[in-house]
Write a protein that binds this ligand. Structure first.
Ligand code: UDP
Length: 330
């Protein structure tokens, strides 16, 4: 691939750090820009690092110019659905105002290429699954609205200012680098697989299943868990492909769904631990099933996920959690 100079905004976070590593392995110069509000310096220890916030437009301009950046991959966002309902200002301010600041900085520094983290949450509660890119986008929470707003901004900026963009709509990112040295570390943790693995580690007594009365085969919610390294590969492919006349909006998932019960069972098999589970109430805003139709991404990016069996994805996560039971050092 072209050995580009890339600014990875939010690059010290979970998906960002795995993508930054892939960029470096591909011979690109990856510069990390992160405010460390949720990211970890240790996740990108060997890479060029600038500590800064999305709202610091001048610092962004300086960084883009100083490193002669050719493309931006933008991960910096708050991404918890429940929190976006209780504290929408945090989400609108960072995810929208912050991203508009980044786009201003890119225009000022003459950088026209951006890969943006969007989400399946822009589809709201889809009428059916699997979901393809033509499904109506009508989010049901502030998080989804902020991501959809930026998709619209990118389309308009591309038309007016010649920006090239890809909006990659992720399903559920999971797993860790197979080397086991970087992985998922959210504090507090709210995602299913790391929580279940914390039960296996003895850090929690049991996992609460958020509802077992959904209209699915076993009554629990179905999600499409895609390995973080597969997501990373898709970003590199998208970054290369985009031009002002070829902007991309693509679903990134495996195309296979797993229920909450199936994930817990897979974690039992991988870890050999019993993992007690109990049925709790539904979590507000959870659609019953979200599974990608990834056919467009396969075709346009010439990309296929390598991890198609969720147990293999969980194995990589387990390796990371076992070797880093408290996550990254504080
Ligand atoms: N979930 C659960 N118990 C938990 C955390 C999550 O049953 O302690 C369920 C949640 O309702 C959803 C699925 O697991 O159906 C994945 O949730 P997660 O928060 O990992 O990702 P999301 O789908 O919200 O992006």
């Amino acid at each position: 691939m072209d050995k580009m100079r890339v600014l990875v905004v939010g690059g010290a976070g979970y998906i960002g750090s795995h993508t930054a590593r892939k960029l470096a392995e591909a011979g690109c110069e990856a510069v990390i820009y992160d405010n460390l509000s949720a990211g970890h310096r240790d996740a990108v220890a060997k890479l060029n690092f600038v500590e800064g916030d999305l709202l610091e437009t001048e610092k962004l301009i300086d960084t883009l110019k100083a490193h002669r950046i050719e493309a931006v991959i933008h991960f910096a966002a708050f991404a918890l659905v429940g929190e976006s309902v209780t504290d929408p200002a945090k989400y609108y301010q960072n995810n929208i105002t912050g991203t508009l600041s980044l786009l201003d900085a890119m225009r000022a520094a003459d950088v026209s290429r951006i890969v943006f983290s969007s989400t399946c949450a822009t589809y709201g509660i889809p009428a059916s699954s699997p979901i393809d890119e033509t499904f109506p986008q009508s989010p049901v929470n502030p998080y989804g609205f902020t991501k959809l707003a930026i998709e619209h901004a990118l389309q308009d900026y591309s038309h007016a200012y010649g920006m090239s963009y890809a909006a990659l709509r992720y399903f559920n990112a999971a797993g860790a680098s197979p080397a086991g040295d970087i992985g998922e570390d959210h504090k507090p943790e709210s995602h299913l697989i790391p929580l279940v693995l914390q039960v296996a580690l003895g850090q929690r007594k049991s996992i609460s299943i958020f509802g077992d009365d959904y209209p699915t085969d076993d009554g629990t919610c179905i999600r499409d868990y895609i390995h973080v390294d597969d997501l990373a590969d898709a970003h590199l492919a998208a970054m290369e492909k985009i031009t002002p006349d070829n902007c991309l909006k693509l679903n990134l998932g495996t195309g296979r769904g797993a229920s909450v019960l199936e994930i817990i069972e897979a974690c039992r098999q991988v870890t050999g631990h019993e993992i007690p589970a109990e049925i709790g109430p539904r979590r507000e805003g959870d659609p019953p099933a979200l599974v990608a139709n990834p056919a467009q991404a396969h075709k346009i990016l010439d990309w296929q996920p390598k991890y198609m069996d969720v147990r293999e994805t969980i194995e990589t996560a387990w390796r990371w959690h076992q070797s880093h039971p408290q996550g990254f050092a504080q």
